[in-house]
Design a protein around this ligand. Structure first.
Ligand SMILES: *Cc1c(COP(=O)(O)O)cnc(C)c1O
Length: 394
């Protein structure tokens, strides 16, 4: 059946899921168990040797987790996936699986903060070197490549400036040189962008965001394209122990069923909110890949199916105005994170990016007046009137 399931919504609802063979439960059961009974000593020995398929122990694999992994693999058109306890467990497991002492990696400069901290502060202790460049210009990547470069790590759209990186162009550079291209696809979701089809080797998601979509779980996933990478990453994940719990996997699996609907609705809402903000006199600038004023509008049209539901905008009046707006919204919730069914708003300069020195922050486009909003699935008229009211208080 899977070959016939071409559409993203069909895949999100059905992939990896089969009625339970014992009672016929339509929904995948939560196999809340740490260990699995063997039918006999001989059977157990065969499963351990890999001569027979079967489950052993949940850190090594669990049927609920596998259902979720198969579903996301199909959504990303990958080979196999590994679900993890958080998005950061996915990020660090990929680093540790594919990099060794003496290697060098290049990353998007506006990469998710903690992903950068691990490279700069921790992997550096083990002799792994990293460079940070503006990957929206492919020339910067080419210039940063060294003989020991083993990985290019990109995030597109990037946080919170929504700057894009040309995945196909990047893959051309990396594939030729045997460098692994890893894409953190969290901001786009598998509905809007499939990096493996554009030449990337590995895709990472924080499933905490769009895939789960209800702001009630933390989880991550790594999608691979070939058996070799899959085996290396599975080994590392199994031994580092960042495995997802079956109950957590089940919650995400339930969330994924509505991924297509949620993303479609949120994108529609975001386009209208972005247009509203762009026309507002108290707004200096709006960053949304779907606006013609967005510097990489053409690239967004080429590599994404829609423009996403993340918007950043600069309010006139800097930090004070940003604060006033945050304190005046009533429907949008003042919180970090994104990709949930509800609208969340935050102020990077005083929140997510407050630890970055002001100069560095401004150089990467995060000015004091920049506000980031993750548009949810509410009625768009209500979202616009909430923002209109809050802007009038500035
Ligand atoms: C949230 C996030 C992560 C980390 O995910 P957690 O589930 O919080 O560990 C990684 N990358 C991006 C782009 C994110 O937004």
């Amino acid at each position: 059946m899977s070959e016939k399931m071409k559409g993203k919504n069909t895949k999100a609802i059905h992939s990896g899921q089969h009625p339970d063979p014992i009672f016929g439960a339509v929904m995948t059961p939560i196999y809340q168990t740490s260990t699995f009974a063997f039918k006999s000593a001989e059977d157990g020995a065969k499963i351990f040797k890999g001569e027979k398929s079967g489950y052993i122990y949940t850190r090594l694999g669990n049927p609920t987790t596998v259902a979720l992994e198969e579903c996301v693999t199909e959504l990303e058109d990958g080979y196999k996936s590994l679900a993890t306890s958080t998005g950061m467990a996915a990020v660090t497991t990929v680093y540790l699986s594919l990099l060794s002492s003496g290697d060098h990696m290049i990353s998007t400069d506006a990469v998710y903060g903690p992903s950068r901290v691990v490279m700069e502060k921790d992997l550096s202790r083990f002799g792994i070197e990293s460079s940070y460049v503006d990957t929206s210009d492919l020339e910067n990547i080419e210039k940063a490549i060294k003989p020991n470069t083993k990985m290019v790590y990109i995030e597109t759209p990037a946080n919170p400036t929504l700057k894009l990186t040309d995945i196909e162009g990047c893959a051309k550079i990396c594939n030729d040189k045997g460098i692994k291209l890893v894409v953190d696809n969290t901001f786009a979701s598998p509905i809007l962008q499939n990096p493996l089809k554009m030449g990337a080797d590995i895709v990472i998601h924080s499933m905490t965001k769009y895939l789960n979509g209800h702001s009630d779980v933390v989880a991550g996933i790594i999608v691979t394209k070939n058996e070799d990478d899959y085996k290396k990453i599975k080994h590392m994940l199994t031994y580092l122990g960042g495995t997802i719990d079956p109950h957590q996997a089940w919650l995400v699996l339930r969330g994924v069923k509505s991924l297509g609907l949620r993303v479609e609705r949120a994108c529609k809402n975001a386009m209208k909110v972005a247009e509203f903000l762009e026309s507002h006199p108290k707004v200096e600038r709006v960053f949304y890949p779907g606006l013609e004023s967005f510097p990489q509008y053409d690239l967004a049209k080429k590599q994404m199916k829609d423009f996403g539901s993340m918007i950043s905008f600069i309010v006139k009046g800097g930090l004070e105005a940003g604060r006033k707006l945050m304190n005046s919204v009533q429907l949008a919730t003042l919180a970090v994170s994104l990709g949930g069914i509800e609208t969340l708003i935050q102020h990077p300069a005083s929140m997510t990016h407050s630890s970055v020195p002001k100069e560095e922050r401004e150089a990467s486009g995060i000015s004091d007046g920049l506000v980031r909003i993750s548009i949810g699935c509410e009625d768009v008229e209500d979202l616009i009137s909430d923002l209109e009211n809050a802007l009038s208080k500035i």
